[in-house]
Design a protein around this ligand. Structure first.
Ligand code: UGA
Length: 442
């Protein structure tokens, strides 16, 4: 059992704090947001994440987990400090390290002399080493050591990902640091999780390479879906067959309206910016950024084609506002682009999402928010599905044909049964699933 402080209780920080407490450590989570701290100490989550609340409550109850605003008090009693504060993008795409640096300064001031500082935040290559030097410049005698330990949690599956990671990456300079961190994760090692031990720069780049590769894979299948649409091929079978090739793998080949979220877009831009600063032109990464932006704008273009160009004055039902299912997060969600484009075109938007409407309302307060998917489609001229929530898979076509004014369905996540939709008289378009007759009749 270790005394651990986790600085930053965003997605990564909170899941790590809860997970480490559950592995038997005494953990204090730290944040500058008073409201959040009060909520967390009451066992309330500040965001939606399946399964996390039960772990939060159980570990608070066991006495192994609490939260405070007082970074000094948390750090002074801890032998290990995890830093999981945000690294938001600056205007040029590079990561803003302000929060990380102020946290490191607090650690340098208050940490006991032999403390391990674990960088969980996603940081540009070289940052962990620079932070170690920053500590030494303030406390030269102290044996405070910095390690890089990037996180691979997915929103919506964060609990599962914490306890069953594909790998644990430890970028450390000394055997002492490696052993402490490996010890903390030892409960996972018993589950035969592979550990990758390396230097800090390699660990930092593993994180960016992974997210950039995932973004590339998604963008590739999205562009293939656009092509499949034109030539009348089936993207589901293309993706499935590609995935059967062990060199490619079947995951992350589901077409959608473009990738979003708080990580992939930010990290891929930061990687491009890092390349620039080292004079390495990351042309592939830059193309993926541009292609993803373009894909998001294609949604309303397709809707216009289906409606016969005019959208002004029409009512459009938008189902799914979160950047993916099982989260209430709308950061960089394709729905933001789609709704902005629809409003720009003069449409009325009737929106629904099972979890993300409050967050979306903060950006678009004036569109209509509806209590259900069926409610959103009342009187709508067209319907577009942007997020793959399970509940949209079983929309009632009979009801839809009664309440919708128009017959156009644009299913960017391929969640509906296209045959049933057509049988009910809808003009159905999936993403990369155009049927042969439609192509031939063009
Ligand atoms: C991503 C990575 O998957 C995590 O491993 C990583 O830890 C995290 O970023 C991070 O850096 O913190 P996350 O942002 O939660 O996780 O979301 P993903 O599940 O990766 O999805 C990203 C976007 O790609 C979403 O918009 C999703 O809808 C889209 N996507 C994903 C597709 O369109 N198709 C797919 O097949 C997969």
């Amino acid at each position: 059992m270790k005394d651990i402080a986790v600085i930053g209780t965003g997605y990564v920080g909170l899941v790590v704090a809860v997970g480490l407490a559950d592995l038997g450590n005494r953990v204090t989570g730290v944040d500058i947001d008073d409201v959040k701290i009060a909520m967390l100490n009451e066992g309330e989550l500040p965001f939606y994440e399946p399964g996390l609340k039960d772990y939060l409550e159980a570990n608070i109850e066991s006495g192994r987990l609490d939260f405070t605003r007082d970074i000094a008090a948390a750090v002074v009693k801890s032998s290990v400090v995890f830093l999981a504060v945000g690294t938001p993008p600056r205007r040029d795409g590079s990561a803003n390290l302000e929060y990380l640096e102020s946290s490191i300064d607090a650690v340098a001031e208050h940490a006991p002399s032999r403390t391990l500082v674990v960088i969980k935040s996603t940081v540009p290559v070289g940052t962990s080493r620079a932070l170690g030097e920053r500590i030494r410049s303030r406390r030269s005698a102290a044996g405070i050591e910095v390690v890089s330990n990037p996180e691979f949690l997915r929103e919506g599956r964060a609990v599962q990902d914490f306890f069953h990671p594909d790998r644990v990456v430890i970028g450390a300079e000394s055997e002492w640091a490696r052993e402490i961190l490996a010890g903390i994760y030892s409960a996972l090692r018993l589950n035969e999780v592979p550990f990758v031990c390396c230097d800090m720069e390699t660990a930092e780049l593993i994180k960016y390479a992974t997210n950039a590769f995932l973004a590339t894979k998604i963008t590739f299948i999205n562009q293939m879906a656009s092509l499949a649409d034109k030539v009348g091929a089936d993207i589901a079978l293309i993706a499935k067959s590609m995935g059967m090739d062990g060199r490619i793998g079947e995951k992350f080949l589901h077409p959608g309206p473009g990738f979003g979220g708080s990580c992939l877009p930010k990290d891929i831009r930061a990687l491009a910016s890092t390349g620039d600063s080292f004079d390495v032109h990351m042309s592939l990464v830059k193309s993926v950024i541009a292609a993803n932006e373009e894909l998001k704008t294609r949604v309303v273009m397709r809707l216009k084609e289906l409606l016969g160009t005019r959208i002004r004055g029409l009512s459009i039902a938008v189902l799914g506002l979160a950047f993916k299912s099982n989260t209430d997060d709308v950061r960089e969600s394709p729905a933001l682009r789609v709704v902005a484009d629809l409003l720009e075109e003069g449409a009325f938007v009737r929106a629904h999402d099972p979890q993300a409407m409050d967050n979306f309302r903060a950006v678009f307060p004036d569109i209509s928010y509806c209590a259900s998917g069926h409610e959103a489609m009342k009187g709508a001229d067209a319907l577009v599905i942007l997020t793959e929530w399970n509940e949209y898979r079983s929309l009632d076509f009979n009801l839809m044909s009664k309440v919708m004014k128009g017959r156009i369905l644009l299913d960017m996540r391929n969640v509906l049964n296209s045959r049933l939709a057509r049988e009910h008289g809808f003009v159905y378009r999936g993403n990369g699933r155009v049927i042969k007759e439609l192509i031939q009749s063009r």
